[in-house]
Design a protein around this ligand. Structure first.
Ligand SMILES: *Cc1c(COP(=O)(O)O)cnc(C)c1O
Length: 418
């Protein structure tokens, strides 16, 4: 069977020996290549690429992108603080949050860029810091995502200021002398490129209503193919009509807008994998199951979205044949499933894999985005898995240790006893 792109059997065995399983493994060369692809995004009058850090917030990953010249998108005040701890300067961070942090004034004073994501958020910023610069996140009226859970635009989505309330937003900004310098739209993860392009036009129309805006942020959501049946979005292609739209806008309006984009998935998804071990092979007569020492504790996306992730098996000893296996996780939850049907978390979809036995290593690919940062942490009291970064010279460096049991329970108070 085909090996995983960067986590080949020898490296997998080395990392398993040194750091144990399950373990996240990232590849610096892939991270940098993806950053380069996004830095080449077509643009007319300047480009800022922000890594949507919620996709993979480990400091070592942030620093790889910082060195590449990327900026950062934070989804909460906590993420802003985390980026700061990792060494990201405040003026390289932009906050678009469902929940405005209590210390937003301090963040703004430090130079963090804040996009007000609701009229109330805008009002709170205006009251606290009249005259300050601010961005506005709009819901442009349309959304598109790989699944309903990741579609964050349109009338059924709470994200951003509804586009028809642009006048109200302008009134609030004027009442507090806020200078609106940025318009922001982000319509979903895994969005349809055609919808994204249409929304770009609608976003330019919103810019037209705010004469002080100099930057248009078109969010993230660019697709990657994790398995062969999926089709990724090519930034070099989808950016071309948007560049033309910026030029047309400049001719009509006079403003040469800077473009900001905020990819998360695109930068990290295929730069990460989960290294696991087969800990059991069981049969019901009708089905054969491969049970891993990993699952929704490291990779929740199949159970949550019905996401497809490639599975590579590295048998300890060659056995010849192949079999159909349903690949499942180690949690006491029948929904802890790696091999489900696309978009159907509850439908088993066996994978054709080499004949397996307990002890074999298994690599789950496409696990760089929304895995280490989004999992059922400590469910069944499994400790948080370590993270390893494979540097350009092929060396595997530990970038997060495995949690200990003491750490799992460390915040329980003595009052938790009888
Ligand atoms: C999550 C998010 C992104 C990144 O989305 P991807 O699908 O990972 O590219 C960008 N911008 C905002 C505001 C987000 O919430």
């Amino acid at each position: 069977m085909e090996h995983h792109r960067f986590l080949k059997p020898d490296l997998a065995r080395l990392i398993a020996r040194e750091h144990g399983t399950p373990c996240y493994v990232y590849d610096q060369a892939v991270l940098e290549a993806q950053a380069d692809a996004m830095l080449g995004f077509p643009n007319a009058y300047g480009l800022t690429v922000r890594f949507a850090m919620k996709a993979c917030p480990n400091a070592a990953i942030l620093r790889v992108f910082l060195a590449k010249g990327l900026h950062f998108d934070a989804s909460s005040g906590w993420e802003v603080r985390r980026a700061t701890l990792a060494g990201v300067p405040a003026d390289r961070i932009s906050l678009s949050s469902q929940e405005l942090p209590d210390d937003v004034v301090e963040l703004l004073r430090q130079g963090v860029h804040v996009n007000a994501c609701s009229l109330l958020q805008l009002e709170r910023i205006g009251k606290a810091l009249p005259g300050h610069e601010v961005g506005l996140r709009f819901n442009p009226g349309r959304g598109s995502g790989g699944t309903g859970k990741t579609n964050v635009g349109g009338p059924d989505s709470s994200f951003g200021i509804w586009h028809e309330w642009a006048d109200r937003a302008r009134d609030i900004a004027e009442a507090h002398r806020l200078k609106v310098v940025r318009i922001h739209t982000h319509i979903g993860s895994g969005s349809d490129p055609a919808v994204w392009q249409e929304v770009s036009e609608a976003s330019l129309a919103l810019v037209g209503r705010f004469p002080t805006v100099a930057t248009l942020n078109l969010g993230g959501g660019y697709k990657v193919a994790r398995v062969a049946s999926e089709k990724g979005t090519d930034p070099a292609v989808i950016g071309v009509p948007v560049r033309a739209a910026f030029e047309k806008f400049a001719q009509a309006d006079g403003r040469r807008l800077r473009l900001e984009i905020e990819p998360g998935t695109f930068l990290v998804a295929n730069a990460g994998a989960v290294l696991a071990k087969v800990q059991d092979v069981v049969s019901t007569g009708a089905r054969e199951f491969l049970k891993l020492d990993s699952g929704m504790t490291e990779i929740l996306r199949p159970s949550l979205y019905g996401s497809q992730h490639p599975v590579h098996l590295y048998p300890e000893t060659p056995r010849g044949g192949e079999r159909e296996y349903v690949v499942v996780g180690h949690c006491c939850e029948s929904g802890d499933l790696i091999s489900c049907a696309p978009g159907e978390p509850e439908t088993l979809a066996p994978r054709r894999l080499p004949e397996a036995a307990a002890g074999d290593l298994c690599v789950i690919g496409g696990a760089g985005a929304y895995c280490a940062g989004m999992s059922t942490k400590n469910y069944n009291s499994f400790p948080e898995a370590p993270e390893v970064l494979v540097n350009r010279d092929g060396r595997a460096t530990l970038i997060r240790r495995r949690q200990t049991l003491a750490q799992v329970v460390q915040n329980e108070t003595p009052a938790a006893g009888p």
